[in-house]
Design a protein around this ligand. Structure first.
Ligand SMILES: *[C@@H]1O[C@H](CO)[C@@H](O)[C@H](O)[C@H]1NC(C)=O
Ligand SMILES: *[C@@H]1O[C@H](CO)[C@@H](O)[C@H](O)[C@H]1NC(C)=O
Ligand SMILES: *[C@@H]1O[C@H](CO)[C@@H](O)[C@H](O)[C@H]1NC(C)=O
Ligand SMILES: *[C@@H]1O[C@H](CO)[C@@H](O)[C@H](O)[C@H]1NC(C)=O
Ligand SMILES: *[C@@H]1O[C@H](CO)[C@@H](O)[C@H](O)[C@H]1NC(C)=O
Ligand SMILES: *[C@@H]1O[C@H](CO)[C@@H](O)[C@H](O)[C@H]1NC(C)=O
Ligand SMILES: *[C@@H]1O[C@H](CO)[C@@H](O)[C@H](O)[C@H]1NC(C)=O
Length: 280
């Protein structure tokens, strides 16, 4: 037989067999439709339902999964099960699954999609850099479905804004489904400071967060050094001035031990008295 004929036969047979097999053996699950979490605050509880309506062999257990992981403490022996999320947040969105296990048949499951608009859970409030350096800003999000390829960055000036992309050669945007990063190379003190906004959009909605970029002049790192220098100069001046005023006493006090410097006459007298006693 011609290889294509074999392939065609297999495909046709496969297509014919699948509904036949499933109608005969596969259990049926009546599950909730997809759920879209509202952005209301406080959020309303949501309940996911699964009902095992047809099974040819008795089932053993049922449990719930979220994002491919079993949710602990959801195993029961019931066929009609519910999973309640009391205070749903964007992070609770994702693919949920109810799974039924059987003694003599493979597991059966149904998927319920819980969708929410993205929520930005991590970003920098501000970024402080020197001119000529590179700046990095990022945003992290939760929310299902992920904002794949629909992350945007803009620079906001009051009510107007500029969309940013790679075309300038100084701005670089790299995005993954739940993370985006904006890199600005060779910061320009006149053009770059300002408010930058990342915007995550998925089919449910969008959310934006801002980062303030401050750019300091090249000289800025010198200020602490100049401050120390100024302090040293002031100290030197004070010492020099003091030494000049102190000089007349030094002539007689050259054997005086190091100690507090005294300038008034009564103290000088005491010192002399002590010295006289010591030399006796
Ligand atoms: C599935 O359940 C819903 C309510 O949860 C009900 O309205 C519907 O009739 C059920 N469908 C089947 C095929 O049992
Ligand atoms: C679950 O399925 C069973 C069998 O079809 C049906 O009798 C029962 O009413 C269903 N329960 C709900 C809550 O849909
Ligand atoms: C869900 O069912 C499909 C077949 O319908 C199966 O391939 C898959 O492994 C099942 N997943 C789980 C987690 O049981
Ligand atoms: C800025 O980034 C560019 C490209 O990644 C790199 O070549 C350069 O060394 C970086 N400059 C600084 C100051 O880190
Ligand atoms: C922008 O540049 C970054 C870093 O080089 C790269 O990973 C990304 O794919 C670019 N984006 C586009 C839309 O070309
Ligand atoms: C993004 O999602 C993937 C899988 O969905 C996860 O492994 C990763 O930790 C997430 N990253 C962030 C920054 O949240
Ligand atoms: C975010 O991006 C979406 C889609 O481009 C746009 O409709 C929306 O106005 C933007 N929102 C903000 C706050 O920038």
């Amino acid at each position: 037989m011609h290889p294509y004929a074999v392939m065609l036969a297999v495909l046709l047979l496969g297509n014919l067999m699948v509904p036949f097999v499933s109608a005969q053996n596969e259990p049926k699950i009546n599950a909730s439709d997809e759920i879209i979490l509202s952005a209301d605050s406080p959020s309303k509880p949501v309940t996911l339902l699964c009902n095992l309506t047809t099974a040819h062999t008795p089932h053993k257990e049922s449990f719930w999964m979220k994002k491919g992981q079993e949710i602990p403490n959801t195993r029961t022996e019931h066929g009609n099960i519910a999973y309640r999320i009391n205070k749903p947040r964007a992070d609770d969105s994702g693919e949920y699954m109810c799974v039924y296990t059987f003694v003599t048949a493979p597991n059966a499951n149904a998927t319920i999609e819980v969708k929410a608009k993205p929520d930005i859970t991590g970003h920098k409030r501000s970024e402080n850099k020197n001119e000529g350096e590179n700046a990095t800003m990022y945003c992290k999000s939760v929310g299902y479905p992920h904002p794949t390829w629909t992350w945007t960055w803009r620079k906001v000036d009051g009510t107007s804004f500029t969309e940013l992309d790679n075309s300038t050669g100084r701005f670089f945007i790299t995005s993954r489904e739940n993370y985006t990063e904006l890199n600005i190379l060779d910061l320009d003190i006149n053009k770059d400071p300002g408010v930058y906004e990342c915007n995550a959009t998925n089919m449910i909605g969008n959310t934006a967060e801002t980062t303030i970029l401050r750019v300091r002049s090249h000289l800025a790192p010198l200020w602490p050094f100049l401050g120390v220098l100024a302090e040293i100069i002031i100290l030197v001046v004070i010492i020099v001035v003091y030494e000049k005023r102190k000089r007349p006493d030094d002539i007689i006090d050259d054997d005086e031990p190091v100690g507090p410097m005294k300038t008034n006459s009564t103290n000088n007298h005491k010192d002399k008295n002590i010295r006289q006693r010591n030399t006796k």
